[in-house]
Design a protein around this ligand. Structure first.
Ligand SMILES: [Fe+2]
Length: 388
């Protein structure tokens, strides 16, 4: 029995890593990158800095800055057209998960054409699009080191999971200094997303010794540092730990997949436009409570790794401490319930069956230690509506 691990060819990790973009491009034999990003990155000056660093090195870059949060096919089509019309040899994806996921889709559609739904799971996309150099600015989605992208099918309000070697960036510049200005809300949502990646990779039916080692390391970094980064944005030590933890969690779930939280989270995001990390956070305590008894040792390891339980605690104690910690974390990081977020109750309850079906079809709940039936999924959606 062996496990296949897919990674970027090059990782540059640490303070100032993003300024190494010219060296990385040169090492990869690329000279004409298209920068794919969003308006916020332009406003924050990150794009200007990147372009200046590139032109100082004599590299000519072009810019597509119109990616949107929770990308749809419509939101990336202008980027696809730009790739088709231009003569780019690479893409630099700069931003949170949405610009990086957009860039992955643009890279494939720009080179091979078709529609995004042609590439959705269970198809294995091994085609090589334009090489992507990913520069994450959140900690984070882990998209810089995953073989996944998520694009919404706006006709069906469905978040399509797309998987394959073709979506793995060739390089990632993991620079925590880019997260020092993140607002508290984004720090919380993306941080809980990263924590969820690590936990789900560790309890996944596809977990393996390689992904376990990355997931545990990620939890040890994220556990003690998420609150610090949330309360003290300029805490460099906490930001550095969160960024590395997020990337390691990305490596872990790219190798072991995610599970029920992500499966249930995508439909909430697609129908009600809840940011990805936030819908995960809404689900994490209740879904963990649902799943605990099917993998008590694994969840106890998680509790110990994030620092919620002592090494000496038995599994049952560690598990109850894990649940208490996940609830406390949501409270401290001001995670709203779907009700508090302002979702319309009638529509939410009406859509529970559709959301449950979409969740199951994504394949992620099948990796969960306890695989839910449609009815159990429907109950779980009701249970998280207004959690304490
Ligand atoms: Fe995620």
């Amino acid at each position: 029995m062996s496990n296949r691990i897919i990674l970027p060819r090059l990782l540059e990790v640490g303070a100032g890593a993003s300024r190494k973009a010219p060296e990385i491009l040169t090492a990869l034999g690329c000279r004409k990158p298209l920068i794919i990003t969003d308006r916020m990155m332009v406003q924050l000056g990150y794009v200007g800095t990147l372009q200046a660093v590139l032109s100082e090195a004599g590299l000519d870059s072009d810019l597509f800055a119109d990616t949107l949060p929770e990308p749809t096919e419509a939101s990336i089509i202008a980027g696809v057209d730009k790739v088709k019309a231009g003569r780019y040899d690479s893409i630099i994806a700069l931003g949170g998960g949405s610009p990086i996921d957009s860039a992955k889709a643009i890279s494939i559609l720009g080179k091979f054409g078709g529609q995004m739904r042609d590439y959705k799971f269970p198809r294995d996309v091994s085609e090589q699009g334009l090489p992507i150099i990913a520069i994450p600015t959140t900690a984070g989605t882990g998209s810089e080191v995953t073989r996944f992208t998520i694009i919404t099918d706006a006709d069906k309000d469905e978040k399509m999971l797309c998987v394959g070697l073709g979506f793995m960036p060739v390089a990632a510049l993991v620079d925590y200094e880019l997260t020092l200005s993140l607002p508290a809300r984004v720090t919380a949502d993306t941080g809980i997303d990263a924590l969820t990646h690590a936990i789900e990779a560790y309890v996944s039916a596809k977990a393996n010794p390689y992904s376990d080692s990355q997931a545990l390391a990620a939890m040890r970094l994220i556990g003690p540092n998420l609150r610090r980064a949330y309360h003290t944005p300029d805490d460099r030590e906490a930001r550095e730990a969160m960024m590395l933890g997020s990337t390691l969690a990305g490596v872990a779930f790219s190798a072991a997949s995610v599970a029920l939280v992500h499966g249930m989270s995508r439909p909430i995001g697609a129908f009600f436009h809840v940011p990805h990390g936030l819908s995960n956070a809404m689900l994490l305590p209740k879904v963990t409570a649902f799943s605990l008894d099917s993998a008590p040792e694994r969840y106890a390891d998680c509790a110990r790794a994030i620092g919620a339980a002592l090494q000496s605690d038995d599994n049952a104690t560690a598990n109850s401490k894990l649940l208490a910690e996940l609830r406390a974390l949501n409270q401290e990081l001001k995670v709203p319930s779907p009700a508090e977020f302002g979702i319309e109750k009638e529509r939410y309850f009406e859509l529970r069956t559709t959301m449950a079906e979409q969740a199951l079809a994504s394949g992620s709940p099948g990796n969960n230690p306890r695989v839910p039936t449609v009815d159990e999924l429907i109950e779980l959606y009701a249970a998280v509506w207004n959690q304490e």
